[in-house]
Design a protein around this ligand. Structure first.
Ligand code: IPE
Ligand code: IPE
Ligand code: MG
Length: 236
């Protein structure tokens, strides 16, 4: 039963399989992405209602620019449209939206849209929904190291004063708890450069279900599996 479950504070998802879903339905890839975006709208609401505190979704990786111009263009169009839809979902469900990743590579209107989404939802006190866009764990760590190095070069910090907390605070996820549970849909069992630092102790859950078909019942199943795991680690 859902009500008996201990909710992980932070669930991080790699939404994968939009392309395979489209193939299975004999429709163009971009319709797979559209179905994926529609599913995202619903699952954000479901996650908020389940009582998850932080819900982070990998929407576009630093490597995804290597896809065809047509596919990247279709994805950008979808992001533009779904930013507005997500605002409505967030406002209806008291959800605060944040984004992580290097935004500057996106077109100005998309950056404005993301800023708007963060601003408009900043007073919401329920779940925090984190969108990872043009996100790569190595890129994030590289940018963090640059920031810390600049502080050292500026004389504000001595090298021996750098701790794990210094690094955590320089990441895009500063202030957020690390994910307790990482879910990847669609059968692939790799991290694909997702939250490399933050996932150090997360439970990993893989399902064959394609992202557009991943609904609340699948999320609950993943949380049940998480509940059944023995969270003993780090000497405890
Ligand atoms: C995930 O679906 C969406 C993004 C990475 C943007 P894919 O497009 O990777 O779908 P598959 O892996 O080809 O099925
Ligand atoms: C990971 O999915 C990135 C996102 C979900 C945004 P990919 O489909 O791009 O990853 P690979 O290529 O299978 O590693
Ligand atoms: Mg994929």
């Amino acid at each position: 039963m859902e009500k008996d479950l201990i909710m992980p504070r932070h669930v991080a998802v790699i939404l994968d399989g939009n392309g395979r879903w489209a193939k299975e339905h004999h429709v163009p890839r971009k319709l797979g992405h559209k179905a994926g975006c529609e599913n995202l709208e619903q699952i954000v609401e479901d996650a908020a209602r389940l009582g998850i505190e932080y819900f982070t979704i990998y929407g576009f990786s630093t490597e995804n620019w290597k896809r065809s111009a047509e596919e990247v263009g279709a994805l950008m169009q979808l992001f533009r449209y779904y930013i507005g839809r997500l605002r409505d979902v967030a406002m209806a469900n008291n959800v605060r939206v944040l984004s992580i990743g290097e935004r500057s590579r996106f077109d100005a209107d998309l950056i404005d849209g993301l800023n708007m989404l963060e601003e408009v939802t900043s007073g919401n006190t329920g779940m925090t929904f984190v969108l990872a866009l043009n996100y790569g764990g190595r890129d994030e760590i590289t940018r963090a190291v640059r920031r810390v190095a600049a502080n050292v070069a500026g004389g504000e910090l001595a090298p021996e004063e750098i701790t794990e907390d210094t690094i955590s605070a320089a990441l895009d996820t500063a202030g957020m708890p690390d994910p307790d549970l990482m879910i990847r849909t669609s059968g692939e069992q790799r991290l694909s450069n997702y939250l490399l630092w933050q996932l150090a102790y997360a439970e990993l859950y893989f399902t064959d279900v394609y992202w557009p078909d991943f609904h609340k019942e699948h999320l609950v199943k993943a949380i049940e599996a998480y509940n059944a795991r023995n969270r003993r680690f780090g000497g405890r």
